[in-house]
Design a protein around this ligand. Structure first.
Ligand code: TMP
Length: 209
């Protein structure tokens, strides 16, 4: 069954996921792999529209409403982009995936874990990443990076949540990674991006190195 590799990147705001995704993309292309780079929420027209609503500071959906929006986006994304790519044998690099819902809407937002799991399963049809990198960074540092990126202001609606929210996000990702089993790799993101990328490469399966 020509199945490719499904690799996801998780972590708080400003943890450097996007940079590492780009670097890995380049590395894998250089090795002759077909690589699909995508993100959540997003990756299809429908899901990008959901992203715009979800991150709009003028909106104020509660965590369960957020979850329904995210799962609609996720379903479209999995069916139209991720699954077909994996069936072709591509390597899919996804900037956030279902674990972000477990953390943001579930562990931090207060939606019951069983509800998040059930909706995740419905949206993904049971598809799970082969490997998940959690980029770990103190919340203050991540937010400072986001602030610099946005010229001082907070960027989107979720970045703009209070520091305490982002501290809980960090703790929740660590907890999830520790109890989540073999697919998780925690990477200490508080170092320069070259070194971080070396650590990431060390964790890749042989055929992708
Ligand atoms: P980012 O991709 O630029 O980090 O922004 C996406 C935002 O959406 C981020 O603040 C986390 C949030 N999010 C959730 O709350 N739940 C989810 O399931 C996903 C995929 C993202």
């Amino acid at each position: 069954m020509g199945r490719g590799w499904f690799i996801t990147f998780e972590g708080g705001e400003g943890s450097g996921k996007t940079t590492q995704v780009r670097r890995l993309e380049e590395h894998l292309r250089g090795g002759g792999h077909e690589v699909v780079v995508t993100r959540e929420p997003g990756g299809t027209a429908v899901a990008e529209a959901v992203r715009a609503v979800l991150l709009d500071p003028a909106q104020d959906p509660d965590p369960l409403t957020e979850l329904f929006l995210l799962e609609a986006a996720r379903r479209d994304h999995v069916e139209r982009v991720i699954r077909p790519a994996l069936e072709r044998g591509a390597v899919v690099l996804c900037d956030r995936f279902a674990d972000s819902s477990v953390v943001y809407q579930g562990l931090v937002g207060g939606v019951e874990a069983a509800t998040v799991e059930r909706l995740n399963r419905l949206a993904t049809g049971g598809l799970e990443p082969d490997l998940t990198f959690v980029l770990d960074l103190p919340a203050e540092e991540g937010l400072a990076r986001v602030g610099r990126r946005n010229g001082g202001g907070s960027g989107n609606r979720i970045d703009g949540h209070p520091l305490e929210f982002h501290r809980r996000v960090r703790d929740a990702f660590l907890e999830l990674a520790r109890r989540g089993g073999r697919r998780f790799r925690i990477l200490p993101a508080r170092q320069d991006e070259d070194r971080l990328f070396e650590l990431l490469l060390d964790e890749l399966p042989e055929e992708l190195r």
